[in-house]
Design a protein around this ligand. Structure first.
Ligand SMILES: [Zn+2]
Length: 218
């Protein structure tokens, strides 16, 4: 039974299947799909529908297929060590994300950006407006309340956080647009590690958030 409760919107899955997401967001969706059978199936369905549509229109030059590109890169890289459930250490799960890391998540070099908050920016080759990074939130730490100028995808790789939407555990994905304001707080005993792709810088609602923003570089 799947333990994943939060998924990308159909719009995001459809854009991914059509190769219309920037690389940063495509990596997050491909990594989620590797952990979520429902979304992997939905992407296949979208691809099948997309294929049918293509047969009905004049051929045009297509964008690179994001999933194929990412999976091809993933094939040559070391596995990302990811426990399948937070409580029980499971077998290593090979993720599309592994192509972008030098080793496992345990080898990531963190840069502290605020009390209880560290990040590691990931180089996504050829990405356009998307920014890809890992964020580590220490247990009990609450991020400053913020909204977003564009779409933000957050995938939980370790630990858990809670916000106004609910609880997010390993494999869960938050697909948030610019309208939404939230205050994620890490819960449980271990740091919460998230893979985040942002389309545009965050807009902080509080003074402390605005002061911290240049340092965090969000
Ligand atoms: Zn899913």
């Amino acid at each position: 039974m799947s333990t994943v409760h939060h998924h990308p919107t159909d719009e995001t899955l459809g854009s991914f299947a059509a190769g219309r997401l920037d690389e940063a967001r495509a990596v997050v969706i491909a990594t989620h799909a590797a952990l979520c059978a429902d979304c992997a199936r939905a992407i296949s369905d979208f691809e099948a529908i997309g294929g049918q549509c293509l047969e009905e229109v004049e051929p045009v030059a297509m964008a690179d297929d994001a999933l194929e590109k990412i999976l091809a890169r993933a094939g040559n890289a070391a596995s990302v060590v990811l426990r399948q459930t937070p409580d029980a250490p499971g077998p290593e799960v090979k993720l599309p994300l592994s192509a972008y890391l030098k080793g496992s998540i345990d080898d990531v070099e963190w840069k502290r950006v605020a009390p209880g908050l560290s990040q590691s920016v990931i180089e996504a080759q050829g990405y356009r407006q998307g920014v890809l990074r890992l964020l580590k939130i220490d247990p009990g730490t609450e991020m400053p309340k913020h909204s977003h100028k564009g779409n933000e995808l957050t995938l939980i790789l370790r630990g858990a956080y809670e916000d106004e939407i609910g609880d997010f555990g390993v494999g869960d994905l938050a697909d948030l647009d610019g309208e939404y304001t939230h205050t994620p707080k890490a819960i449980g005993d271990e740091p919460c590690i998230c893979l985040i792709a942002t389309e545009a810088p965050l807009k902080f609602k509080t003074l402390v958030g605005r002061i911290a923003q240049p340092f965090i570089g969000l």
